[in-house]
Write a protein that binds this ligand. Structure first.
Ligand SMILES: Nc1ccn([C@@H]2O[C@H](COP(=O)(O)OP(=O)(O)OP(=O)(O)O)[C@@H](O)[C@H]2O)c(=O)n1
Ligand SMILES: C[C@](O)(CO)[C@H](O)COP(=O)(O)O
Length: 392
């Protein structure tokens, strides 16, 4: 009987970059895609590969966070994982990972944490091809754009793309050959296969995967979030709420409505500023989040809200909803009134209300053909519908 030896495979996950092009406040690997970070998603993929050791290379100061992520991804296999501090460049980070390999590792895969959604099958393809060919192995995708050679902004030549591919990770290598190539390297290379080839070794390709795209820019992060959304969306049930408010004309001071002041228009009466539009939104959002209504939080027994503007209410509602674990999706509010004429300031009102609420507010307006109290010009009515969704 032929026994096929199982290779001792190590995966070095480089996650020590700062993510300049992503522009987030944390190092890229620690930025969330959903409730999990880029690094955690990358490690989930690595955990399904048949590896004997995993080395995670992270920025100085992030070693503890990386250990926590590794324990979550690997569970009772987390003793396979070493965490080391990276260097100034990707190449130096890979070198730091190589220095941490156990003596018996035969095959090394180097993987960008930034390629967080790489499917497990890619790891298997790369390992099989390294063991079969003893060459360096790169997962690759066809180049889809037409390529040009340029001098500044001037196109100097068309480039035949048929012999070109785009290189992804994980890239796999016989361990001793890669270690020696790294020890002897003089120039910087953007990937391990280039460094390996510069040392005179063969590099082959296997099929990569579109899901192995590198999260480099904010648009890439959006794409990753979008790809993970279907499973999330299925478990997220949004909630809607409605709200209505009415105020009579005859209050002191100028009219305040839809977050705006309307010089020359009569004011609305009320405990606060009588902004029926803002108040209808408050009721709709609170109802959607199951937080009662405007009286629950801003009743006439709260002297601090006497004369308060509608935008003060909206800002408070925004905080209440967030504290309750919801995000506001959007709000639609309709005003019924003869005056003021909303059309000329609708966009301005939407901007002020959206800004105060922290979510898009659409404002529409109508009259009632002279019917009812709004038709008689006695007051203003507003009706709002809000959508919120749970954050966890
Ligand atoms: N000094 C570095 C630089 C990069 N990397 C890692 O190499 C992979 C590919 O690099 P890239 O996507 O270019 O990441 P950053 O260098 O972080 O991005 P940027 O160039 O936008 O700063 C990433 O997983 C990154 O964490 C690393 O470990 N150490
Ligand atoms: C290694 C790599 O992911 C292969 O495509 C890439 O070269 C590293 O990222 P960079 O943006 O080129 O620095």
């Amino acid at each position: 009987m032929n026994i096929i030896p199982v290779p001792r495979v190590a995966v070095i996950v480089v996650a020590a970059g700062s993510g300049t092009r992503l522009g987030a406040s944390a190092p890229k690997a620690f930025v969330g895609i959903d409730e999990h970070s880029i690094l955690r998603h990358a490690l989930d993929g690595v955990a399904s590969a048949p590896s004997a050791q995993v080395v995670v290379v992270v920025p100085a100061g992030r070693e503890g966070d990386a250990r926590t992520e590794a324990e979550a991804a690997f569970g009772d296999r987390s003793d396979l994982v070493s965490v080391v501090t990276g260097g100034e460049t990707r190449q130096r980070s890979v070198a730091a990972g190589l220095a941490a390999l156990w003596a018996d590792v035969e095959c090394v895969l180097v993987h960008d944490a930034a390629r967080a959604l790489t499917p497990p099958a890619v790891f298997a393809r790369v390992i099989d091809e390294v063991m079969r060919s003893r060459a360096g192995v790169v997962p690759a995708r066809p180049v889809v754009d037409t390529l040009k050679r340029v001098d500044g902004a001037v196109v100097t030549a068309a480039v035949d793309r048929s012999p070109l591919v785009a290189a992804q990770t994980p890239q796999g290598f016989p361990r001793e050959l890669l270690a020696t190539a790294y020890a002897d390297a003089v120039d910087e290379h953007t990937d391990d296969a280039a460094l390996f080839a510069a040392a005179g070794h063969r590099v082959r390709t296997v099929a990569g995967d579109d899901l192995s795209f590198k999260i480099t820019t904010p648009a890439d992060l959006d794409r990753a979030r979008h790809l993970l959304t279907p499973s999330r969306a299925a478990s997220v049930v949004p909630r809607i709420g409605t709200g209505t408010d009415v105020h009579a004309f005859g209050g002191d001071g100028p009219l305040r409505l839809a977050g705006l002041e309307w010089p020359g228009e009569s004011g609305l009466s009320g405990h606060s500023d009588g902004d029926a539009v803002a108040h209808a939104i408050v009721d709709a959002v609170l109802a959607a989040a199951g937080l009662g209504d405007i009286g629950t939080h801003f009743g006439v027994d709260r002297p601090e809200y006497a004369g308060a503007t509608g935008t003060v209410f909206l800002r408070r509602v925004r905080d209440l909803v967030a504290e309750a674990g919801y995000a506001i999706g959007n709000v639609s509010v309709q005003v019924q009134a003869n005056r003021p004429r909303m059309a000329g300031r609708r966009v301005e009102a939407e901007s002020v209300l959206s800004d105060a609420l922290g979510a898009p507010v659409a404002v529409s307006a109508t009259t009632t053909d002279g019917l009812g109290f709004t038709g008689a010009g006695d007051g203003v009515q507003a009706t709002a519908v809000a959508l919120v969704y749970p954050l966890r």
